[in-house]
Design a binder for this molecule. Structure first.
Ligand code: PEP
Length: 254
């Protein structure tokens, strides 16, 4: 397996309040390994991100936004500017999460605009792709949408691709308690890597991290993370619990 630093990302969605976040970070900050061993990130609601950046100043945890607007500034009431996220010290941003696509009409073209906006402002996109549902219906087999990968990356240069992480999250596995098997997830991650090889080059494809997300727990993480093309996990429910979050990081370290 090509050595890529494993990446464990928590996605808290809109679940935690200020005091709960402070307590969680107090608890885990000093227990997270150096980012040369395992990289860690926590995604939370925008309004807590600046506090989280301050609270993790002496910890390797990266702070991750859950969404971003595609314009740097201007008259876009209610949106969050990528320039502002960079300004407060966020490092990564989730783009195109299934819940954004499902409830907020995000599509491949807005995902691409957001990817370009994030890169332009020095943020690192974690691009979420789900599967090609027509194939899923036909074959009852999960396959990542290669079209989503290609369109999300339209205009992303060879230099910029180093800042990209792709997360494969089958829609049926998110929050369902039913994770993909490690074989299914590996097959999907491999197909994504082949797509990257076609779009860029095999060498570059080997450098991009691909995460699996969807009902990851400390019980199933080890088998998933042992797969040759899976470099990390994106975790919702389990990562709300500091003990499980630290357990997942430890599993990724091995
Ligand atoms: C997610 O929302 O990205 C996710 C993977 O959630 P869960 O771990 O709860 O399935």
């Amino acid at each position: 397996k090509t050595r890529r630093i494993p990446f464990v990302v928590a996605n808290w969605k809109i679940n935690k309040l200020q005091s709960e976040i402070a307590e969680f970070l107090d608890n885990v900050n000093s227990k997270v390994p150096s980012q040369t061993v395992v990289e860690t990130g926590i995604a939370a609601q925008d309004l807590f991100l600046a506090d989280m950046v301050r609270a993790t100043q002496d910890s390797p945890i990266h702070i991750v936004a859950e969404n971003v607007h595609w314009e740097d500034a201007g008259a876009y009431t209610g949106e969050t500017s990528p320039r502002a996220l960079k300004d407060i010290g966020a490092t990564y941003v989730l783009i195109g999460h299934f819940e954004r696509r499902k409830f907020f009409n995000e599509n491949d073209s807005t995902v691409n605009l957001k990817v370009m906006a994030a890169l332009r402002n020095g943020l690192r996109p974690i691009i979420d792709v789900d599967e090609d549902m027509s194939k899923y219906a036909q074959f009852m087999d999960a396959e990542p949408s290669v079209a989503q990968v290609a369109s999300a990356l339209a205009g992303v240069s060879v230099d910029q691709i180093r800042n990209i992480t792709i997360a494969y999250e089958p829609t049926w596995a998110i929050g369902s308690g039913e994770a993909a098997t490690s074989e299914q997830a590996q097959k999907a991650a491999h197909l994504i890597r082949q797509t990257l090889a076609k779009l860029y080059s095999p060498v570059i494809a080997e450098q991009v991290r691909i995460l699996y997300g969807g009902s990851v727990t400390p019980d199933n993480a080890s088998a998933l993370l042992q797969q040759p093309d899976i470099d990390g996990v994106l975790v919702g429910t389990a990562a709300l619990d500091p003990v499980k979050f630290l357990e997942l990081i430890n599993i990724a370290k091995q």
